[in-house]
Design a protein around this ligand. Structure first.
Ligand SMILES: C[S@@+](CC[C@H](N)C(=O)[O-])C[C@H]1O[C@@H](n2cnc3c(N)ncnc32)[C@H](O)[C@@H]1O
Length: 284
């Protein structure tokens, strides 16, 4: 693949190069306010609320382009409204709600409806016949994926906790998914992934131990066929990843993985703000 512009530059130079490449309307002096958690939202990892600066109510300002400066009253001052609308864009159903309840009871952070909707879309766009998932949980993400995949597609899902996988099987049964469509493997991702077939998967979702994200990404890239998609759930880790002041182990690991995928010639990456972040990367 041809390296994208700025690929071999140091971070500061890379940022400057990217700024020069972006269309004028994207070169804003400030990012929009991050989404905040709505009271009473369902039990997925919601985005934490944050204190807002005096500037936070204003729209982002862009210089040097009329196209980049829409009238102030056309921009919602608080992006959380759009975030919440996007999360609730698709109606839920009994099977998903029950799966989310099981997740809450077991203390498992499931993917959000917005993340699930994107995963289903990607699976459908790929007509995915083979999907691998790390982190079965109670089957919330698995059900979204199965609903997008080809009708006879098989989800291979890995989790260390047999109890979680029992709950997931209940989720799939509730939703009428044929048992032959799900291959459940109990074990650690780093023990199981090496046994899966190179290039044999259309989509790989990583939603297990974030501290193992870097080595699991490497396995995922090996498993994906060209054009297949890697998805890393919770990639913004409740708004911590974009905040340089946050330096805890999980945040640092996820930030590092995001940076490394962004600069990796083997993939075409995008960071989506769905839920608390969904990092997608298409295998070249
Ligand atoms: C965030 S939850 C997954 C939620 C699930 N994807 C969903 O949306 O319903 C993380 C899951 O990963 C499992 N897990 C943690 N460490 C793991 C590892 N090293 N290998 C495999 N699974 C792991 C946990 O037991 C837990 O069920």
């Amino acid at each position: 693949m041809t390296a994208s512009p700025g690929k071999n530059l140091k971070p500061a130079a890379h940022a400057a190069a990217l700024a020069c490449e972006r269309p004028a309307q994207a070169r804003c002096s400030r990012r929009p306010a991050a989404p905040v958690r709505r009271p009473g939202r369902p039990a997925h990892r919601a985005v934490a609320s944050r204190r807002r600066s005096p500037q936070a109510g204003r729209p982002p300002t862009c210089r040097g382009s009329r196209a980049a400066s829409p009238p102030e009253d056309t921009i919602a001052p608080d992006k959380s409204v759009s975030w919440a609308y996007s999360e609730d864009f698709l109606p839920s159903d009994d099977a998903l709600l029950r799966a989310a309840d099981r997740a809450a009871q077991l203390g498992v952070p499931a993917v959000s409806p917005g993340q699930g909707a994107v995963l289903r879309l990607v699976a459908a766009a790929l007509r995915a016949g083979a999907v691998a998932e790390v982190g079965t949980g109670t089957g919330v993400s698995g059900l979204w994926l199965l609903r997008g995949m080809a009708p006879d597609g098989v989800l291979t899902t890995i989790d260390t906790e047999a109890e979680h996988q029992r709950a997931a099987k209940q989720t799939f049964a509730d939703a009428g998914v044929r048992p032959t469509r799900v291959r459940t493997i109990t074990g650690r991702a780093l023990d199981v992934l090496p046994r899966l077939t190179d290039g044999g998967y259309d989509l790989v979702l990583l939603d297990g131990d974030p501290l193992e994200a870097a080595p699991t990404v490497e396995h995922a890239l090996r498993l994906l066929r060209p054009g297949g998609v890697l998805a890393l759930a919770h990639a913004l880790h409740e708004d911590r990843v974009p905040d340089p002041a946050r330096r805890d182990e999980v945040t640092t690991a996820l930030r590092e993985v995001a940076r490394s995928l962004r600069d990796d010639d083997r993939v075409v990456p995008a960071m989506l703000p769905a839920g608390d972040g969904l990092l997608l990367a298409a295998r070249v």
